[in-house]
Design a binder for this molecule. Structure first.
Ligand code: FHN
Length: 456
């Protein structure tokens, strides 16, 4: 065999070996690579009819209420500087000792209709309440555990039943918060005293047991008993939770209620998890492209009630944050931490009612709006958009009135105060539109100017 033929044969052989090896590696890799995440939703949450209510609502009440409302931030005379609902963790309270709080949970002043009346007075369109926070205590009558309001407390009423009914009666949507992390399961990592052999992997049989024997059955209960429009998961950062587990729960919930809206903390807060992003205690600098989002925020510095936390945001501040969020296409989920007696702290009531006066009077510029593409950041307030109409929400009115630059795209044909009065002078410039404001600001803390685009 000539050297040339031998060389070609060697090359062909080497090539064949390389192919076989590559195939082998790919097969092996395919064996180790987790199968792709199951797709379970056929729609795009950003435009789907089932999220329309959420996109139009813009503003909701978050409620953190549970056994932690009893110590109210103080344990054995020691005040925690941290968030009240984490007192079991921060004060290293053993499960058996913390459970005793249930015997004291008897919120006889709880009035679901009053809570919903307050949400409406604030201008809110939905309510999301903690069905189970990290401490594992269940605020409804669950057949899956006795660590719930029905079996462990003298209260004898079902707060979720009453609140979901009050929401329906008064035309608000109802959502439930549910923590994946559960300190009532010390066998799972997350509990402050979880041993080093606590479950830390998603495929740990103890996680499987928790998911199959508690998480899923309780989600089925919550959907069957209270028909929530929204599921607000949390506590997903534990090492034993994964995007795959999250996808499994999403598919499970969609099987129970096809139009349910689910936040991104069902998974690992990836942009493919759930229907929307959940920035916390912050407002994004700009809209998030074609991804829904909702900022959740405290009214003071705690989610769960702390009797000494008086660092309250003021009504105008709340109103401005709502408009800022709406101008960037987001939702605002603002929290209250009711007391153990079932009442909402008076300061929370005052702030929400005061801010609500403006929100309800100017709802046209908030509800059902989308983010307005502004060509430069705004200092004086926010701009929202509804179809071919913009709403300039002006908080910082120029001294004595005068020109205000509104950096929106498109030519504006008319500018008028939302609540009537003379039309304003409009000058379209390459950078947007300039409107001439009158000396007096028509309303506080902000005045809305309606800008109609030429196409109208
Ligand atoms: O740990 C919780 C906290 O207690 C509170 O519930 C907030 C609300 O969004 N979420 C977690 C912190 O990210």
């Amino acid at each position: 065999m000539s050297p040339r033929v031998r060389f070609t044969a060697l090359v062909v052989l080497a090539g064949a070996v390389a192919c076989v090896a590559a195939l082998g590696i790919r097969r092996a890799r395919r064996k180790t690579e987790p199968p792709p995440l199951p797709a379970y939703r056929q729609d795009d949450p950003y435009t789907a009819p089932r999220t329309r209510w959420f996109r139009d609502a813009k503003y909701g009440l978050f409620v953190h209420w549970g056994l932690y409302s009893i110590p109210a931030g103080e344990w054995k005379g020691r005040r925690t500087e941290k968030i009240g609902e984490w007192i079991m963790n921060h004060e290293k309270i053993p499960v058996a000792e913390y459970e005793q709080l249930a015997r004291q949970f008897n919120p006889t002043k709880f009035d679901a209709r009053e809570w919903v009346r307050l949400a409406r007075a604030a201008g809110m369109k939905y309510v999301v309440i903690t069905s189970k926070h990290h401490d594992g205590f269940c605020l409804w009558d669950s057949a899956v555990t006795t660590y719930d309001v029905a079996d462990a407390t003298p209260f004898g009423r079902d707060p979720l039943q009453e609140l979901s009914e009050a929401c329906r009666e008064q035309g608000l949507r109802f959502g439930v918060y549910h923590s994946i992390m559960d300190w009532h399961h010390p066998e799972l990592a997350g509990y402050w005293d979880a041993g080093k052999d606590a479950a830390r992997k998603p495929d740990d049989p103890r996680v499987q047991k928790y998911v199959e024997e508690q998480l899923k059955p309780q989600l089925r209960e919550l959907v069957a008993k209270y028909d929530p429009d929204l599921l607000w998961f949390d506590g997903e950062w534990v090492p034993w939770w994964s995007q795959r587990r999250g996808r499994e729960i999403e598919a499970y919930l969609v099987g129970l209620k096809s139009d349910i809206v689910i936040n991104n903390r069902v998974g690992k807060r990836k942009t493919t998890d759930g229907d929307y992003e959940t920035p916390e205690q912050e407002i994004p600098a700009a809209a998030m492209g074609k991804r829904l989002w909702e900022t959740c925020m405290t009214l003071n510095d705690t989610w769960g009630y702390k009797h000494f936390d008086q660092n309250w945001k003021q009504p105008d501040d709340v109103t401005r944050r709502l408009c800022d969020i709406a101008g960037k296409g987001g939702n605002f989920l603002l929290n209250v931490g009711p007391k153990a007696d079932g009442t909402i702290p008076q300061e929370s009531v005052r702030i929400l009612e005061k801010s609500g006066e403006w929100v309800r009077a100017n709802g046209e510029a908030v509800y059902g709006t989308a983010f307005a593409q502004v060509t430069s950041p705004l200092k004086w307030g926010s701009v929202t958009r509804k179809g071919d109409v913009y709403y300039a929400i002006v908080f910082d009115w120029p001294q004595g009135g005068g020109p205000l630059a509104v950096p929106v795209a498109g030519s504006i044909s008319r500018a008028r105060p939302l609540h009537g009065g003379e039309d304003l002078t409009v000058t379209n410039t390459p950078a947007g539109v300039e409107i001439t404001l009158p000396a007096t600001k028509p309303s506080e803390p902000a005045a809305v100017i309606v800008l109609e685009t030429a196409g109208r």
